[in-house]
Design a binder for this molecule. Structure first.
Ligand code: PEP
Length: 670
């Protein structure tokens, strides 16, 4: 959960707010105000709460890079190039200020802080009347804004931090940028929160990767496979079908041995396409490729459209759009979805003669929205498409960020968002080999009732035999279904084992791995645990990875070394993109089921140490976000004290999770 302006007191406070006013400009005139309009609700809210001043900062193109390109083009075209004129027409913030004033009307005066840049503006800001909106000049006039050197970033960030008591980031379109005004500034302002636009974007996009309403159907189009590999792999974990369209579809068709004529192809991505097709088959996700096409002899708006009735394209043609058979298939696949995410057009929609496929997709997605399906259009060209077909308002959410929405869908942590996250506690119950199916269902039902209004994240992990009925009892509740183990192989001759595919079938969301009972009694070593962790993550499960030392190891002073080795070995090969699915449970073996609990201080010390291990592996923002549960005789009496510690983000509970009377108070602590 991210913290927003709603969660703090803004009265009398000076706000420094990052917005994304990177709007298209021509000769000093704003060409499209979508991004300005998107920030208005947050600005109005802040003003209505009685903030002292609201200082806005944004980039507006990249003056140095863009000017160089424009100069080269002018030279090529034999035209003269006036740098000042160019900068004034494209990159100065002053015209945006006038625009913003029109939008805010009498609500607040908007003043420009001046063309001389973003430094030394404190006196100017502090001299404004209460309730004034101040706009700083384009942040990218300063090379520090985008520098790769932390010292440069911090120099500008510190200067900007002077202008506010609270930092509000509402610039979703720049949230994937690790820049001074989008991320570094949060280190120097006491409180950092998100605005409403950021909140809406995260609330729609993130669950697609973490916990979508299923079935999830993803439509991924666009020209290049290479730019969409990570998103395809990420979506495969939860999608029941992946519709692949646009230029990249021809690389996939070629990988399947089809003829693609003169169509766009990335020959160096054929192997990647084959791997994605194989991964989809294993995950049980349907890949939907064009069954027929609209082709043309050349890539031209005026080219004559030629219907191609099969998946194979004749040598003299190139694929430009999908045909009617494909559209019928799209309708069939989308009809099954509860969530649809769409990124990238399925044809050359910019050319009217080849826009039908993309228009039909837009209509199908709009119709699905009307039936209650969650529909998310994730940035870039698909947004241009829904705008062209005037269907944007018919979608649940149309993202304002291209790169940022793609990176969120890839499951990455974005530097402009991480610092706004509130602490999320995760309480899980491990029911081990206790209870029959009937008893487990009765407990699940009791917990559904008592945790209905609980504010933390919950999970229970019954025995394999009770997964199905307990899953049914939990359906629609705020409690996730977990498994206590999985096989290290995907499928095959493994008598007595249960595979990730079988767990997926049962609606399991998370798997507990590396529990000390599996390590100690069933002799699972780090390599096997690592195999299981990677397999579970690959199939889109959340993983609760247990680590912890025995009494003997603790007495020999080896607690930290053991936790370090277990953590590092279990996570070998796990990439940063998978971390949103990872929870670590620190479970000192001597405390499990013994009634002996680590003191909050002792547990905190190890948690902090484990976080430092994660920091070395994945960097500080990612490590901060990983939930580290404590496990080992957690009871209603000690839960709150343990979770008051800085690095204890939840609990993995064994014995006390077997009764609603003891688990519910732990789960509802605080
Ligand atoms: C466990 O087995 O994960 C556990 C923490 O058990 P208990 O709470 O009973 O110590």
């Amino acid at each position: 959960m991210i913290k927003t302006v709603k969660s703090i007191d803004l009265k009398g406070k000076r706000i420094i707010m990052r917005v994304d006013f990177n709007v298209p400009m021509k000769d000093g005139v704003v060409q499209d105000d979508t991004r300005i309009a998107a920030a208005i609700p947050t600005i109005k809210y802040i003003l209505a709460q009685g903030a002292q001043t609201v200082t806005l900062m944004s980039h507006l193109g990249d003056p140095a890079k863009d000017a160089e390109k424009a100069r080269a083009k002018a030279e090529k075209d034999g035209k003269t190039f006036d740098l000042n004129n160019y900068i004034r027409g494209k990159h100065r913030m002053e015209p945006v200020v006038a625009y913003l004033q029109k939008k805010l009307g009498k609500i607040a005066p908007v003043v420009f802080a001046g063309e001389d840049g973003c430094y030394n503006k404190k006196a100017f800001i502090d001299s404004q009347k209460p309730g004034t909106v101040i706009m700083l000049e384009n942040t990218r006039f300063h090379k520090e804004e985008t520098s790769k050197d932390a010292k440069d970033l911090d120099k500008l960030a510190k200067a900007l931090a002077e202008y506010g008591d609270i930092f509000v980031n509402d610039a979703f379109g720049s949230a994937h940028r690790d820049h001074a005004s989008t991320a570094s500034i949060a280190k120097f302002v006491p409180v950092s929160v998100a605005g409403f636009l950021m909140e809406k974007e995260v609330n729609y996009l993130e669950p697609i990767v973490t916990n979508p309403a299923k079935p999830l159907v993803a439509i991924i189009g666009g020209a290049k496979v290479s730019s969409k590999i990570a998103v395809l792999e990420s979506l495969l974990k939860n999608a029941s079908a992946l519709v692949i369209g646009g230029g990249m579809a021809y690389t996939f068709l070629k990988a399947q041995g089809k003829k693609i004529g003169k169509s766009l192809v990335e020959d160096d991505q054929i192997d990647t396409a084959k791997k994605i097709l194989e991964a989809a088959e294993k995950a049980g996700a349907e890949i939907v490729l064009p069954l027929d096409h609209i082709g043309a002899e050349k890539f031209d708006a005026a080219a004559k459209p030629v219907a191609v009735a099969s998946a194979n394209i004749p040598d003299k043609l190139m694929g430009m759009d999908v045909g009617p058979k494909t559209l019928a298939k799209y309708a069939q696949v989308l009809a099954k979805a509860k969530t649809i995410v769409w990124n990238g057009p399925v044809g050359v929609f910019e050319f009217d003669a080849f826009s039908k496929g993309t228009e039909e997709i837009a209509k199908l997605v709009a119709a699905a929205t009307a039936k209650g399906v969650i529909t998310v259009v994730g940035g870039g060209d698909s947004v241009a498409a829904v705008n062209k077909f005037k269907l944007a308002s018919k979608m649940s959410h149309v993202s304002t960020g291209g790169g940022a929405s793609l990176e969120l869908l890839e499951g990455r942590l974005l530097p402009g968002i991480e610092f706004t996250r509130g602490r999320e506690y995760f309480i899980a119950g491990n029911w081990k080999m206790h209870m029959t199916g009937g008893e487990a269902v009765a407990l699940a039902k009791a917990l559904v009732k008592s945790l209905k209004n609980g504010t933390h994240k919950y999970l229970v992990a019954p025995s394999f035999t009770a997964l199905q009925p307990v899953g049914e009892a939990l359906a629609g509740s705020n409690i996730l279904l977990g498994a206590q183990n999985c096989a290290a192989e995907e499928q095959g001759a493994h008598t007595g084992e249960v595979s990730v595919l079988q767990l997926k079938d049962l609606g399991v969301s998370a798997i507990i791995l590396g529990h000390s009972e599996r390590r100690q009694i069933y002799k699972e070593n780090d390599a096997r645990i690592n195999q299981k962790v990677k397999l579970a993550l690959k199939h889109g499960f959340e993983v609760i990875l247990c680590v912890g030392e025995t009494l003997e190891e603790r007495e020999k002073g080896k607690a930290e070394a053991v936790c370090k080795t277990q953590t590092e070995k279990a996570l070998a090969g796990v990439t940063a993109g998978d971390l949103s699915k990872l929870t670590i449970a620190y479970e000192p073996v001597w405390a499990i089921g013994t009634g002996k609990t680590a003191t909050p201080d002792d547990a905190q010390a190890v948690h902090k140490f484990i976080r430092s291990v994660l920091e070395k592996l994945y960097g500080s923002p990612a490590a901060k976000r990983i939930v580290i549960q404590y496990g080992g005789s957690v009871k209603p009496e000690n839960a709150a004290q343990l979770m008051a510690m800085e690095d204890i983000d939840g609990a993995l509970v064994g014995g006390a999770s077997l009764k609603a009377e003891s688990f519910a108070p732990i789960a509802k602590f605080g």
